[in-house]
Design a protein around this ligand. Structure first.
Ligand code: NAD
Ligand code: IPM
Ligand code: MN
Length: 351
């Protein structure tokens, strides 16, 4: 297998965690005889510092010329007062590449019971997949600042936008427990009544998959009280963003949740769901697992290498089970030690 991968480390802990993911990519290439070529690009705050733009042309070109993109994180307090925000680089990349489907799988990992705020038996049941709409909704409305005392954002969804993300959720549910929960706020918002109507209609085309609707506020509650009752959870952009951080927290840490952002063809974007963690940047404390698990998703979706994906996930599972844990999980391993531990186990698991 040959493949081109664009690496966009970004800001804060981004470079530290992407370095560990690169180790895993090299270990996979070596173990399985693949050849990955790498191009590194700037995005976010570092790109603003170097070029004045959060998503420079050459970064976008490098991404378009690759089979997959691995991103660390963008943003940080240094750029908070800026007119050009680091986050706009990431939003621009998602939009430019048409990456409307953001897959965020959450599972309870054995060995992390103490790190989770949930009861152990409840945490172990967690196995769900968020399918977050990523290129529409309030993130891509018409923001306006009107003088010093009024500012507004608009939330728009169109029927085709809702249909394609809900369809993706149904297709993914067929490979899992065949149950879709569609999240909305149809009791208040017109755009969400459209969302519910389109989801209901799409369900009629997917025999064997059940659909339920749930309002986002009570879904946030159920995620804590009965997370094992979810299978695929399809959500509008903003609600998916919020619920997936909650989903990460119930299993122990933000540092374990990977994601894949996919469109209809073209390179996908693979990134942890967490941010640049400015509070721990540069200290070797960041958990690299979410980024490494994003590499597993890349193997599965970009390169159609499910065995390689399984091997990475098994190596992470063993590492966690054996207690090699970064501080977010109550351990004292450094970012590099955890990356190395995963690589060591990877060779054994593949063995
Ligand atoms: P954050 O996700 O960066 O951090 C929240 C908390 O989780 C912090 O205490 C942090 O230390 C911890 N944490 C996050 N990732 C971790 C990891 N891998 N290992 C250990 N601990 C980890 O969220 P925030 O503090 O609200 O945002 C900081 C910046 O990141 C902001 O500028 C925000 O816009 C940006 N951000 C970027 C992305 C992205 O690039 N995809 C995602 C979310 C936030
Ligand atoms: C995420 C982040 C981004 C989002 C920000 C940084 C634009 O929170 O990837 O979850 O809100 O989508
Ligand atoms: Mn987020």
């Amino acid at each position: 297998m040959k493949g081109q991968i664009a690496l966009l480390p970004g800001d804060g802990i981004g470079p530290e965690i992407v370095a560990e993911a690169e180790k895993v990519l090299r270990a996979i290439a070596k173990t399985f005889g693949h050849h990955f070529g790498y191009r590194t690009g700037h995005i976010g705050g570092i790109a603003i510092d170097k070029t004045g733009k959060a998503l420079p042309r050459e970064t976008l070109d490098a991404c378009r010329a690759s089979d997959a993109i691995l991103l660390g994180a963008v943003g940080g307090p240094r750029w908070d007062g800026n007119d050009v925000r680091p986050e706009s680089g990431l939003l621009g990349l998602r939009k430019e590449l048409g990456l409307y489907a953001n897959l965020r799988p959450v599972r309870g990992w054995a060995g992390l019971e103490k790190a989770s705020p949930l009861k152990a038996e409840r945490m172990r049941e967690v196995d769900l997949l968020f399918v977050r709409e990523l290129t529409g909704g309030i993130y891509f409305g018409e923001p306006r600042v009107e003088g010093r005392e009024r500012a507004l954002d608009t939330m728009v969804y169109t029927e085709p936008e809702v249909r394609r993300i809900v369809r993706k959720a149904f297709e993914l549910a067929k490979l899992r427990k065949k149950h879709v929960t569609s999240i909305d706020k149809a009791n208040v918002l017109a755009s969400m009544r459209l969302w519910r109507k389109v989801a209901t209609h799409e369900a009629t085309k997917h025999e064997g998959v059940t659909l339920e609707h749930q309002l986002v506020d009570s879904a946030a509650m159920r995620l804590v009280t009965d997370p094992g009752s979810f299978d695929v959870v399809v959500a509008p952009n903003l609600f998916g963003d919020i619920l997936s951080d909650e989903g990460a927290a119930i299993t122990g840490t933000l540092g374990l949740l990977p994601s894949a952002s996919l469109g209809d063809g073209g390179p996908g974007l693979y990134e942890p769901i967490h941010g640049s963690a400015p509070d721990i940047a540069g200290q070797g404390k960041a958990n690299p697992a979410a980024t490494i698990l994003s590499v597993a998703m890349m193997m599965r979706y970009a390169f159609d290498l499910p065995r390689e994906a399984d091997v990475i996930e098994a190596a992470v599972a063993e590492t966690l089970w054996e207690g090699v844990l970064t501080p977010d999980l109550g351990g004292s391993a450094t970012t590099g030690e955890m990356g190395d531990a995963i690589c060591e186990r990877l060779a054994k698991v593949a063995g």
